[in-house]
Design a protein around this ligand. Structure first.
Ligand code: PLP
Length: 461
């Protein structure tokens, strides 16, 4: 049996160095990569993906605990997804956005039905950053205000306003191209900016800080507060009790739009269709992307409340995209709903999180001197690594590079050597496997992490 199929459809075997060399050469000669010094990278050529695994050309197998970039919720090669895309490609691959289209309308309807009470419509984009751009644009036109408040330790995408909204180092080198963004600190009880000793205190003090900042910025100038409902790449921060509800109350008090960025956590990641549904809040706008069709075809969008929608009933919304509501992407989105329902993805994500991941990570916290905190929900967790549990000094400094990052890189390398592709960020191993993962594979991956943590233990003091 062939190991993989090449780009001409021919069956091939692993270990074919000529094929691998060609992929690598084309990549190095012609592809310009994100976030990288082009001369210092050597991207691993991938031959195939199947379910929760992928393989390089040498036949090394990786269990994907990162769901690629936390998008591949249904895993590679899902037959229902493939069929939906093939069927739609044959029916009508593309139609411009000014027309009404069956799959686009059906998907918007399904998303609105799964959304908050008072959700009214969906604007489709090609991905997450665009969804953020459009959510902010909708909020600005709706309120007539310009400023946007976002948290430190957040990622909202890499385009114009989205990168300015991002509250971490990826923003730094991008200059200031949008001065209307204001950052604030959110809850992070383990490293509290508010000297809080309990999650409740953290919540209360973070809200008091936010309200002060709103007051001095000028409430009448603020269009929106944008939050990742559960922060993703920057640390899997599940909001402490009352925090999101408190932000909602501040938004109501000052006429500010509450935008939940669900690009990473929407569509099941935390064991809810949308992560905000685990709390007692109704946002005004919700961004989504990745999980909507697991990235089989690029798609994102904004769920829009009745009030915001109604702002544009008599006046035109000044914005659009050639591929807004692309039929191929929307057909893949519709398949997501079928797959989630058939395979009870939401229920199993919640169950695996509570029954398998939470207790196992709690055990690792007890066992390893290098594990400072574990936190998360559903199939979305962070293992925060420290040099010293007492002082909470991080295993590597914030934004570490080069030799400074060596201890963390050694842990990541141990995972990869054992066949696990981890989601590694800062001083954290994050657990984010495809939501279709079997219990057996989940345990297998957690075993590998458990073992790799002994490498981190070696750096503790
Ligand atoms: N918002 C969040 C929370 C994200 O995690 C990401 C991507 O990781 C984005 C926005 C940007 O999405 P995209 O890369 O599709 O533009």
């Amino acid at each position: 049996m062939a190991d993989y199929t090449d780009l001409n459809g021919a069956e091939q075997s692993f270990g074919d160095n000529a094929a691998q060399r060609e992929v690598r050469e084309n990549d190095r000669n012609y592809v310009f990569h994100s976030w990288s010094a082009q001369g210092k990278i050597d991207p691993l050529p991938i031959a195939k993906g199947e379910g929760v695994r992928f393989w390089d050309y040498d036949g090394n197998e990786y269990l994907d605990f990162s769901s690629q970039l936390v998008n591949l919720n249904i895993g590679h090669g899902h037959p229902k997804m493939i069929k939906a895309i093939q069927d739609q490609a044959a029916r009508l691959a593309t139609i411009q956005p000014a027309f009404a289209n069956d799959v686009r309308g059906e998907l918007a309807k399904k998303i609105v039905e799964k959304s908050f009470d008072g959700a009214r419509s969906v604007f489709f984009t090609n991905g997450g950053a665009e969804a953020i751009e459009y959510a902010v644009r909708l909020a600005r036109h709706h309120t007539g205000r310009q400023k946007v408040m976002t948290r430190y330790r957040s990622y909202h995408g890499s385009t114009g306003t989205a990168i300015m909204m991002t509250g971490e180092p990826r923003r730094w080198a991008n200059g200031i191209i949008d001065g209307s963004v204001v950052h604030f600190f959110g809850p992070y009880a383990y490293r509290s900016a508010f000297f809080a000793e309990t999650p409740e205190q953290e919540s209360e003090r973070a809200l008091a800080h936010l309200e002060q900042q709103i007051e001095v910025e000028g409430p009448g100038t603020i269009a929106a507060i944008v939050l990742e409902t559960v922060t993703g790449t920057n640390g899997v921060f599940v909001p402490p009790p009352g925090y999101l509800e408190g932000v909602r109350a501040l938004c109501d008090k000052y006429g500010i739009m509450m935008i939940c960025d669900e690009v990473m956590v929407g569509f099941g990641r935390t064991g809810e269709w949308f992560a905000y549904q685990g709390f007692d809040v109704k946002p005004d706008l919700v961004t989504f992307a990745k999980g909507v069709n697991s990235g089989y075809v690029p798609l994102g969008g904004v769920v829009i409340s009745e009030a915001v929608h109604n702002s544009f009933v008599d006046r035109p919304f000044p914005g659009g995209l050639t591929y807004s509501g692309h039929p191929l992407a929307c057909a893949a989105g519709l398949a997501t709903f079928d797959i989630f329902e058939d395979e009870r993805i939401i229920e199993r994500t919640r169950d695996l999180g509570e029954r398998v991941v939470a207790p196992r990570l709690a055990e690792m916290l007890e066992k390893h001197p290098s594990v400072g905190e574990v936190r998360g929900k559903g199939l979305f967790w962070a293992i925060e690594l420290v040099k010293n549990k007492e002082t909470r000094e991080a295993l590597v400094p914030f934004n570490a590079a080069g030799d400074d990052a060596a201890p963390f890189n050694a842990v990541v390398a141990a995972c990869k050597k054992a066949g696990l592709w981890p989601f590694a960020a800062g001083n954290r191993l994050q657990v984010a496997p495809p939501l279709i993962i079997s219990e057996e594979d989940l345990v297998k991956g957690l075993d590998i992490i458990d073992e790799a943590l002994t490498v981190a233990d070696g750096y503790t003091v």
